[in-house]
Design a binder for this molecule. Structure first.
Ligand SMILES: [Fe+2]
Length: 361
């Protein structure tokens, strides 16, 4: 007998915050946009020293040395406090807040990803199709990835600036998600970050056709299924596009064989990708492993210079160091909390190594 094919499961309890259209959009496209969802006070407060931290002059583009920058965190707040409306929809997508890890990646920060473009880029041709781009991926730099892994259950794009078309909005590959899911199903040994994940998505995307790119207003939130392939795009408009890319982590691996059929939307995306009613036979064949996040290293290296610039800027206004709001100036407990929330107490995967330099655009 062939396994039963997928058809969407209505939620056991009605969604509290998602409309049926939003639930269907997430299920069929793998992402959802929540407009104007970030509390503006965080954008205002955190963007206030963005230029000081970069060392660039906002009004002199010749000082914009690097096209692409990943910055470290200086502040973190609970995700629900940062964008309550989006958080409610995130909870619905995950099958309720009780399934979400209460600490890991539950805090949202000002670890900005800035894409400035360049003068040369603004004169270059727009990309017709992102198919041939390199660097397509799904996020995970800290655990062995199995089909049922939920460490990066969602990848979130928080927009701190407007992102017009051709302005560096992330490319998404909608029909790639089913192929990623099939790849993970076919590899029950799991994929290890940087060792067996490279090029998986680049190869998958070559045979895909459904691409969309993030176009946004400041304050918008994009919620992406963790297995949706995506890649940074070029900013042809030579302005500062600023986002953050946090994740949502679940407490437990996905359950792809629920006797009561109470599948979350996250799980249903996977079942839909396989066109299966359930996947009782799936079992990881190696141990689950969790490691120190590989790409924290190059960001941490920037902390000292940023702090120095922030303190200098405060002093120039007649203030002292106490006026600077940063985790790194708040003492030992703040540092311990930060380490716990961001996986920094986990062992390093020596074989994969750490990312000592920021990857290129
Ligand atoms: Fe990513």
């Amino acid at each position: 007998m062939s396994p039963e094919r997928f058809s969407p499961y209505p939620p056991k309890l009605p969604y509290k915050f998602l409309t049926p259209q939003e639930a269907d959009h997430f299920l069929t496209h793998g992402w959802l946009k929540v407009p104007n969802a970030i509390m503006p006070e965080y954008i205002d407060a955190w963007m206030a020293d963005f230029w000081v931290r970069t060392g660039y002059d906002e009004h002199d583009k010749t000082t914009w040395k690097d096209e692409y920058l990943h910055l470290p965190h200086h502040r973190q707040v609970r995700h629900d406090q940062f964008c309550p409306e989006a958080w409610n929809k995130i909870s619905d997508i995950c099958g309720g807040e009780a399934r979400i890890d209460p600490e890991r990646e539950r805090w949202i920060g000002d670890n900005f990803i800035a894409n400035f473009g360049s003068e040369a880029r603004s004169k270059s041709q727009f990309e017709n199709s992102p198919k041939e781009k390199k660097g397509w991926h799904f996020d995970n730099d800290w655990y062995r990835h199995f089909l049922d892994s939920s460490g990066t259950a969602l990848t979130i794009v928080h927009c701190f600036t407007d992102i017009p078309p051709h302005g560096g909005g992330t490319w998404l590959c909608e029909d790639g998600i089913a192929r990623v899911i099939q790849h993970l199903y076919d590899h029950p040994k799991g994929l290890d970050p940087a060792l067996t994940t490279s090029n998986v998505c680049d190869n998958i995307v070559k045979s895909c056709e459904d691409f969309t790119s993030v176009v946004a207003k400041r304050g918008d939130v994009f919620i992406l299924h963790g297995l949706l392939p995506h890649v940074a795009s070029f900013n042809h408009l030579h302005y500062a596009r600023v986002i953050t890319n946090p994740h949502v982590t679940l407490r437990e691996p996905y359950n792809l064989n629920r006797p009561d059929d109470d599948y979350s939307l996250l799980e249903q995306v996977i079942l839909r990708g396989l066109d299966r009613h359930s996947v009782p036979e799936y079992k990881p064949t190696r141990e689950r492993m969790y490691w120190y996040p590989r790409n924290w290293t190059f960001k941490e290296a920037k902390v000292r210079d940023e702090l120095e610039a922030m303190i200098t800027a405060a002093k120039a206004k007649g203030l002292d160091e106490n006026a600077v709001d940063s985790i790194w100036l708040k003492g030992e407990q703040a540092r311990i909390d930060f380490d716990e929330r961001n996986g920094l107490l986990l062992p390093v995967n020596e074989e994969a190594g750490l990312e000592l330099r920021q990857h290129k655009l």
